[in-house]
Ligand binder design. Structure first.
Ligand SMILES: N[C@@H](CCC[C@H](N)C(=O)O)C(=O)O
Length: 280
């Protein structure tokens, strides 16, 4: 057996939005953009949509001041190395990792993110519920698909989204490149959801994620999609079952916040090669 000798990792996913989890309680790993890109690369690395570093908030210099220092902080990176404020599927997988590795007790626990602390509840059946905060609709906008304008609403779920609700032919959508967006409304880029209402209370969605590309699920995206679907139906509160290519999640939006419930799976883990980590 090779003694790989590099950092520990675990691979996990939430509705097939997949992550490499790096435990680093003291914030000692030098997590460069290049290392993140290499880890997420599906040919030269482990392959993932993003990286979740597990660090005590007090040991991460850029953790927001309102996150208590002893809270476990999800230092999230997109596959291209960029930092995002929030990742809903990531929080579920992160909480599953904390519980399964003995860093937290099952039940209710807080997870620190760049969008603030997110209260989480782990369930016995493997699902995890995350309190996602308010999904704020802050404007109307549009993108273009195959030369045609597609209208949507701008939604802030801690990170930015353009959620387009309509009678889309989701199977025919080409999301191999990023749908164009209004740079004035979304100066830091945007995650774009195409949402098709099904029967009452259910929608289907595909997503192109900022810093990643098309993914099989996006937790914050499902919350944005639900807020947009409710808005299109003239409502501000309610719930939706959201079907994404990687599975199904449940979203509820109330007057004061929102919740996301879905599965969180740990696949396995080991150690990276120390040599690869030095020069990935
Ligand atoms: N997959 C995530 C969202 C990850 C961040 C996003 N790509 C961004 O840049 O905002 C989720 O499950 O919410």
């Amino acid at each position: 057996m090779h003694a790989f000798g590099g950092p520990e990792y675990t691979k996990g996913h939430g509705t097939q939005n997949d992550f490499v989890i790096l435990p680093d309680p003291d914030g000692e790993l030098e997590l460069t953009d290049e290392r993140v890109r290499a880890l997420c690369d599906r040919q030269r690395g482990l392959g993932a949509d993003g990286v979740l570093r597990v660090v005590r908030a007090g040991n991460l210099p850029d953790a927001p001041a309102d996150v208590p220092s002893d809270v476990w902080f999800m230092d999230y990176r997109n596959a291209d190395g960029s930092i995002a404020e929030m990742c809903g599927n990531g929080v579920r997988v992160f909480a599953r990792y904390l519980v399964d590795s003995g860093l937290a007790q099952p039940g209710d626990l807080p997870v620190g993110t760049r969008a603030g602390v997110r209260p989480v509840r782990t369930h016995d059946d493997g699902r995890v519920t995350v309190e996602m905060g308010q999904a704020k609709i802050f404007g109307e906008s549009a993108t273009t698909v195959a030369g045609a304008r597609v209208a949507g609403v701008a939604v802030d779920v801690g990170n930015p989204h353009l959620a387009c609700v309509g009678d889309h032919d989701l199977d025919a959508l080409d999301l191999s490149t990023a749908p164009p967006h209004d740079e004035n409304l979304f100066p830091d880029g945007v995650n774009v959801e195409f949402v098709r209402p099904l029967t009452a209370g259910e929608v289907r969605m595909r997503v192109h994620e900022r810093g990643v590309g098309e993914t099989r699920s996006c937790g914050t995206g499902t919350v944005a999609a639900t807020a947009a679907a409710l808005h299109a139906a003239g409502q501000t509160t309610g719930s939706r079952i959201v079907h994404i290519p990687g599975g199904t999640v449940e979203v509820e939006i109330t007057a004061s916040g929102s919740t996301l419930t879905g599965p969180a799976v740990l696949v396995g883990g080991g150690r990276l090669s120390a040599e690869w980590w030095q020069n990935p």
